[in-house]
Design a binder for this molecule. Structure first.
Ligand code: HEM
Length: 242
């Protein structure tokens, strides 16, 4: 079996099952299966578990490109969209849990919270940024939108920053955990910024109007993409941004 097929047929389904575990644990806890104990405050535990896994998946999604480039593992790209969609699923469920269970579907209370509690405002803004990304995560949207797709998917950067601020602001005393997540986010975003500057500095000054194909990567995006050779085509049909 060639490495691309192995990735697609074996490794990717295994990673998918692994990513399902936190959601399965939450579901088992809600259904009160033995071994899945949600503790003394199950409503808060579900809320927190979905939030923290949303943030973890978001950071894992952002880690794909640096790890891929630094370690020279091009096939990692095959996992990025899946990780991004797991992030969105957890965060959307985190929000829905808050709305339906915590607030008993009280829209007015939700609006009051968004207006009055800064950490909810920021969390909501982060979710709003992620919705168009999930919506346009299909190959079809990618093809239809072309370069606009990459620009749109840069929204993941402010979304992860807002996600970290949201986490930080609700912690009362011990900020070590949100600090750790914020440091990881800063490292991942800092790496992109550094790469962007390095490429700008390395690029020859343009005198003509049209950028050549090499310049297209300068936006700090991962354009792996559909311009590659045939064997990698399936892997390459992944969202380029993030
Ligand atoms: C990108 C979007 C978001 C991310 C990454 C995120 C992440 C998190 C994290 C990491 C926590 C803390 C978990 C812990 O203490 O272990 C949390 C808690 C919380 N989030 Fe979010 N969140 C997001 C969006 C939202 C939205 C849209 C809402 C509601 C409108 C919301 C409401 C809450 C609430 C109420 C808590 C506190 C629960 C408690 O008191 O324990 N979050 N979130």
């Amino acid at each position: 079996m060639d490495p691309d097929t192995l990735t697609r047929r074996i490794v990717k389904p295994l990673v998918f099952l692994l990513c399902l575990l936190p959601l399965a644990w939450v579901a088992a806890g809600i259904l009160q299966w033995p071994g899945a104990d949600l503790g003394a405050n199950p409503v808060e535990k579900v809320q927190d578990t979905l939030g923290i896994w949303g943030l973890r998946f978001l950071l894992l999604t952002l880690a794909v490109t640096p790890v891929r480039e630094l370690l020279g593992w091009p096939r990692l790209l095959a996992f990025r969209r899946m990780l991004g969609l797991f992030a969105f699923t957890c965060i959307a469920l985190h929000f829905l849990w808050y709305l339906f269970v915590d607030q008993a579907f009280d829209w007015r209370q939700l609006l009051v919270d968004i207006a009055k509690r800064p950490y909810v405002t920021v969390g909501f803004a982060a979710l709003a940024l992620l919705v168009p990304l999930a919506w346009t995560s299909t190959n079809r949207a990618m093809r239809r939108m072309g370069r606009r797709w990459q620009k749109l998917h840069r929204l993941v950067y402010p979304a992860v920053v807002l996600g970290c601020v949201h986490f930080w602001w609700q912690v009362k005393a011990d900020v070590r955990e949100p600090l750790m997540y914020a440091a990881i986010a800063a490292a991942l975003l800092g790496w992109r910024l550094h790469r962007h500057w390095r490429r700008r500095a390395a690029a020859p000054r343009r005198s003509g109007p049209a950028p050549g194909p090499g310049r297209e990567r300068d936006a700090g995006q991962d354009q792996e993409p559909a311009r590659r050779s045939a064997p990698s085509r399936r892997l390459v049909q992944q969202p380029p941004a993030q």
